[in-house]
Ligand binder design. Sequence first.
Ligand SMILES: C[S@@+](CC[C@H](N)C(=O)[O-])C[C@H]1O[C@@H](n2cnc3c(N)ncnc32)[C@H](O)[C@@H]1O
Ligand code: SF4
Length: 464
Amino acid sequence: MTAVAPRVTPEQVAHYDRPGPRYTSYPTAVEFNASFAPADYAGRLAAAAERRDAPLSVYTHLPFCAERCLFCACHVIASPLGSRVTEPYLAHLFREIELVAAALPGRRRVSQYHWGGGTPTYLSVAEIHALLDQFERYFSFEAGAEIAIEVDPRVTTAEQLAALRSRGFNRISLGVQDLDPVVQEAIGRVQPRAVTAATVDEARRLGFRGINIDLIYGLPHQTLASFRALVDSVVELAPDRLAIYSFAYVPWLKGNQKKLDTDVLPDRDTKIALILEARERLIAAGYRAIGMDHFARPDDELSSALDAGRLQRNFMGYTVHEAADQIGLGVSAIGLVQNAYAQNHKKLSDYYADVDAGRFPVERGYALSADDRLRADVIQSLMCGFAVDWTAIERRHGVDFADYFAAELPQVEALAAEGLAEVDADGIRVTPLGQLFVRNLAMCFDRYLPATQRSPTPRFSRTI
Ligand SMILES: C[S@@+](CC[C@H](N)C(=O)[O-])C[C@H]1O[C@@H](n2cnc3c(N)ncnc32)[C@H](O)[C@@H]1O
Ligand code: SF4
């Protein structure tokens, strides 16, 4: 459903602007805890091993960046390019691959493989080959697998791109954020447009599909005029996809963000105007709005997945080839195996210590209950298809929707009365206005939110 951009009043913006999860998982990572131990993860992997014919999704976290951008909220280890940090890291990652492979005898086919970070192209060409050699020693890619990487154009060479392509990588996502030199200076990330353009051109020449550009709205010094120019300039680069993320300002979690000058952050009315403007311009330029913050050309796989109801959302964002079991490898990586989330240690020394001891380096996790799975399904339906079909949910989970959500439905109906959704005998349909505030609708179904909201420390970025 690609709708024209809705009009929003400052009162509506103020009304819906509150801390809230982005729901890349449900329950959110805030609920993960250490009572889910490495032995629990081993149990889940053993159960996963039984499903011999099912492909896997595998995420690998490569945390290093040459420098830390001031806005960044990712799990990053900053170290100048060329330092030897990658040697011990890869040695441990190789060992972790062996540990996981040993737990999955007979289940080694991969339909989705993703390198994220940090900056995966911090690795040299030789290291890229070595990591893939090690992975492919144990696992194999299915025909048509999605093999994706996140790159920082400032440190990515044509040789690295050629190496990745030659080894089967077919999707690429470029971090850009903004092209305005004033904004770039303020966020500590100077990246001339020509550098981005050269990376896009080279990726296209090499045959990467689904070329994505990441932008962020809500950064210092952004204005309606500057954002308009940014979107037009990015459209000229003709990416297949764009992710336009709301700036997650979480200085209590990410000390680097404390260095940003808050006086020059756009206020929330400006912030919402930026995404509305971007949406209108991208739709006019032929892109389709996908889920909460993505845009794709009509011939891109994300668009066809949206039409076919196959769109999914996980820690990697909106995706198509997600498998039932998702393995996370590397420091801080999160997996979802047999209905349990497992997150690796965030501290490198802890990650190394567990791997050295031959243990899964799991720091915390969460085993989903039937209630969690049901709510996760409803929230996914809202975030991906902007709709919830009562019958489909009832069939999948064996519940009567109206009975089960008797406490939640009045909250949804109240938001519907304000114009965010339509609720009828078949289900919920999110309106174009509600698509902007879909996190608020999803929050109605989050059983954990009331407790998290009572926490004295903020846990989530704001919904606007
Ligand atoms: C791992 S980075 C992408 C690859 C590479 N490190 C780079 O920056 O070019 C993932 C993306 O997360 C997004 N991101 C990081 N910090 C963010 C924040 N505080 N709010 C919103 N998006 C953020 C950025 O758009 C960034 O491109
Ligand atoms: S935005 Fe990308 S390059 Fe910048 S610090 Fe974060 S992960 Fe590293």
